[in-house]
Design a protein around this ligand. Sequence first.
Ligand code: NI
Length: 169
Amino acid sequence: MILKIVKYPDPVLEKPGEPVTEFNAELRKFVADMFETTYASQGIGLAAPQVGVSKRLTVIDLSLGKDPAQKLVLINPEITFSEGKQYEEEGCLSFPEIREKVVRAAKVRIRAQDAHGKWFEMDGEELLARAFQHEIDHVDGIVFIFRMSALKRNLNLRKIRKMQSEGTW
Ligand code: NI
């Protein structure tokens, strides 16, 4: 089932998600719906708050659904190590049309549970590191415009207000 993606400034996007405690069939159905929604939107990642569910859960697939081995489910995720810097363009399904360069760590290590509750660790660099940081920010209630410089944030907030007033947001 394709879920409805909420757009900024829906308050759920700025609220830290609740930890996931039940790893049951209902959770796994939700994870499947999250992937289906991500692919339908041509995204590489989606976090539960973006579909109005304030939980610490995110899915990532850099292959856009082409390679099942790249499907990642991160539940109760945290970054345990980061190093270096990268500065690349980023977008977000809750901010259609907005793309901006954002500073992120070049490499990160994450720790998370899978859909069955098993803890695992994983390292990521470049785009994967960026996806980890963007999506883990979402489960913490942080959206990417707050990772931009104040100047770019204000320009984009103005652009959003303009689109809202034109009914195109
Ligand atoms: Ni996003």
